[in-house]
Design a protein around this ligand. Structure first.
Ligand code: SF4
Ligand code: SF4
Length: 471
């Protein structure tokens, strides 16, 4: 309201009743209730299997070395009997593309099954929640504990939980670095407090990320940070498997006695017990329809099935279904989208398999001497000089036999009688080729260098080069 003021111009007086409204809603902590049932058992099996693979793999040995070691300083990846070099990064690119396409394919077919059972965020959050339940108790005890003021008992319980979380997260960070540095050596240096700066950084960083994401952020990672959660709906169609509440059967919802006849009360099968909401790790109510926050963990199916069983109703009020089936249609597994994804995936996998089967552990590069195109020797022969780069990508050293073909009476000279390249090493070998001028057909002639390991005739490669002359 604007009023004239005796002391000067009119001013606007602020009403005491003006209310400030914040646009930021404080994040409510979610206390998911523990759930038992078929899908919970499957998830526990998945979690144990995946965590087992993660923590055990770096300790496996193969032929005297760590079975899986991504040795970045040496620029080589050991994967059991296979050693990949920077030249092989194309295969890693292939694997990443195949993994991405597989995720698209599985999502189109079975929805967010990856999120619910195999995503690292889900797996580590499950493990952290298990520790939390062991230390603080069930959902109600956790709520009570958080609501009470700090005292000795609360401090002891919270400290125990956080110490266990930190130890677990630290072990996770250590294991992560163990994929990049030999883990036995890493363990010895860790116990001697002798880790390098980068190793220390990554153990702490990865451990801290695990502690933060699985201990505190939890469902917020899925809701606000995960890009996959945002675009996965683009892969959904009416035939994609989803978890859904069956409205027609459940509504109108309402509480009733176990012995009551829902039809007589005009009620559906949902007794409005909110168990499906209490077990939901993202805190949503599946009865409001499909929501992007739903990570398809199926906890609500187990919870509701349990309620249905207790009430003597048929299970499946919340279940895996498709939009098509919910509207009385027939679900189609084979459909254009699935066929296209499958064809692309199969094509890329075939190309990968073929390319990989042609891979050899021997690389050969031929580089011409840039100083001179050719020279004439005292004997009147035409000479070309090359540098051969021989890359031995095998786990052991080899001696090689070098030969060349392409021109009549072509002579090959090297400064050494024995070509030996150690495991993972590159040898630069100067070679000279000489030929009679009359044997040159043109100014630029094709020659082919062949290299074969003396102890393994299968280990061989060929490389083309040009021999230049005056013609
Ligand atoms: S658990 Fe089942 S019965 Fe209970 S509120 Fe959820 S949908 Fe209704
Ligand atoms: S709605 Fe059900 S399936 Fe979706 S996240 Fe919640 S509990 Fe899991």
């Amino acid at each position: 309201m604007v009023t004239p003021d005796a002391s000067g111009p009119a001013v606007a007086r602020q009403s005491d009743e003006q209310v400030e409204e914040s646009l930021y809603a404080k994040q409510e902590k979610i206390y998911p209730r523990e759930v038992h049932g078929l899908f919970a058992r499957l998830r526990v099996l998945g979690v144990l299997g995946l965590l087992g693979i993660y923590y055990i793999t770096p300790w496996l040995r193969w032929d005297g070395h760590q079975a899986l070691l991504l040795d970045l300083p040496a620029r080589k990846f050991h994967i059991f009997s296979l050693t990949l070099w920077p030249q092989d990064f194309i295969y890693l690119a292939f694997l990443l593309i195949i993994a991405g396409l597989t995720l698209f394919f599985v999502t189109a077919l079975a929805g967010r099954i990856w999120c619910g059972y195999a995503c690292p965020q889900t797996v580590w959050t499950e493990a952290f929640m298990w520790i939390e339940r062991k230390v603080e108790g069930d959902r109600m005890r956790q709520k009570k504990l958080d609501a009470m003021p700090m005292n000795v008992r609360k401090f002891r319980i919270k400290a125990t939980k956080h110490l266990l979380w930190i130890a677990f997260a630290g072990w996770t960070g250590f294991t992560f670095v163990g994929y990049f540095t030999p883990i036995i050596d890493l363990g010895q240096r860790l116990t001697a407090f002798n880790l390098g700066p980068w190793e220390t950084f990554w153990v702490i960083f990865y451990g801290f990320a695990t502690y933060g994401n699985a201990g505190f952020m939890r469902e917020q990672v899925c809701k606000y940070m995960c890009p996959y959660a945002r675009f996965q709906s683009a892969m959904f169609d009416k035939d994609t498997l989803i978890i859904s509440y069956i409205d027609e059967r459940g509504e109108p919802r309402g509480s009733r006695k176990r012995s009551a006849d829902p039809a007589a009360l005009g009620l559906g099968d949902c007794i409005d017990c909110t168990m499906c909401v209490q077990v939901c790790p993202t805190g949503i109510d599946i009865r409001n329809g499909l929501q992007y926050e739903c990570i398809a963990c199926s906890a609500c199916i187990d919870a509701c099935d349990d309620v249905m069983e207790k009430m003597g109703y048929e299970k499946g009020l919340i279940k895996y279904t498709t939009e098509q089936a919910m509207h009385g249609g027939k679900t189609h597994i084979v459909r254009p989208r699935i066929v296209i994804y499958a064809l692309i995936l199969l094509t890329i996998m075939s190309v990968f398999t073929y390319t990989f089967s042609q891979r050899t552990s021997l690389g050969l590069d031929v580089i011409r001497d840039r100083n001179r195109l050719f020279r004439e020797t005292d004997e009147g022969l035409i000479e070309n000089v090359y540098i051969l780069k021989i890359l031995n990508m095998d786990d052991r050293g080899h001696a090689y036999r070098l030969s060349v073909e392409g021109l009549h009476e072509l002579e090959l000279y090297t400064d050494t009688n024995r070509i030996w390249v150690g495991a993972g090493e590159v040898l630069e070998l100067p070679v000279r080729l000489r030929v009679e001028e009359d044997d040159l057909q043109e100014r630029s002639n094709k020659v082919i260098f062949s290299l074969v390991a003396t102890d393994d005739p299968e280990l061989k490669t060929r490389e083309e080069a040009r021999f230049l002359g005056p013609r």
